[in-house]
Every structure is written in structure tokens, then in C-alpha cells.
Design a protein around this ligand. Structure first.
Ligand code: TYC
Length: 109
């Protein structure tokens, strides 16, 4: 089987690289996808987005939606940057299709 334990530096001894030239295998930075509260987007729409876009269970989605509703914002999920940005674009597209002002954004962890 190829590949070692995650986080274990690759052994380059058979590739002719000196120790000083060995590239670190960096874990990609993680980005939180945030949802922001507004006064118009229906609660059930937000719950459906959390289930369908972020893979949450209906119970977890309801908790996150209520956190956003009461606290102003909440974390929908955590991903590498490209995935996080795609999730934000999907949220905005789905909301705009329905005429809702729901906003989402990313924040580096
Ligand atoms: N505040 C909205 C309402 O009362 C519900 C809501 C929750 C909107 C979360 C956006 O990200 C949001 N209908």
C-alpha cells in the first residue's frame, strides 16, 4: 500500500534529496464557513441548506440555524479553502434563486 501515516514526513532517502531540501508535507489550512443571520431568510430554508450543502443531520442543522438566529452567526462547516469558497458560492446561489438575503463567508481557523 502506498502512503504512510498522515503527518509523517515522507522518507526521501531513495529519491536523492538531502535532508535540507526535503519539502515539509504541510496539512492544508482550514477555513470555517460562516452563516450570518438576517431577518428574512426562513428558518427551514437555512436548515435545508445545512443538510444539503454541509451534510449536517436535521438535528445538528437545526441547532446551528438557531445559534445563527440568536447569536448572529455560526459555523456551518470547516474545509480547505477551495471547498469552503465553493460552499459559500453554493449558499449564495441557492439563496438568490429564492430571493433570500442569506449571507455566508469564510474565515481562516
Ligand atoms: N432570522 C431568520 C428568521 O427569523 C432565520 C435565519 C437563521 C436566517 C439563520 C439566516 O443564517 C440564518 N426567519
Amino acid at each position: 500500500m502506498a502512503g504512510g501515516k498522515p503527518g509523517t514526513p515522507k522518507d526521501h532517502r531513495e529519491e536523492g534529496l538531502a535532508t535540507a531540501e526535503r519539502k515539509k508535507t504541510k496539512r492544508p489550512d482550514r477555513y470555517k464557513v460562516l452563516l450570518y443571520n438576517d431577518d428574512y431568510t426562513p428558518m427551514d430554508f437555512v436548515v435545508n441548506v445545512l443538510v444539503q450543502v454541509f451534510g449536517k443531520s436535521p438535528a445538528a442543522a437545526t441547532q446551528i440555524m438557531l445559534q445563527v438566529h440568536k447569536g448572529g452567526l455560526g459555523v456551518a462547516g470547516v474545509y480547505i479553502r477551495e471547498i469552503a469558497e465553493t460552499k459559500v458560492a453554493t449558499v449564495h446561489r441557492l439563496a438568490e434563486e429564492r430571493g433570500y438575503p442569506l449571507r455566508s463567508g469564510v474565515e481562516k481557523e
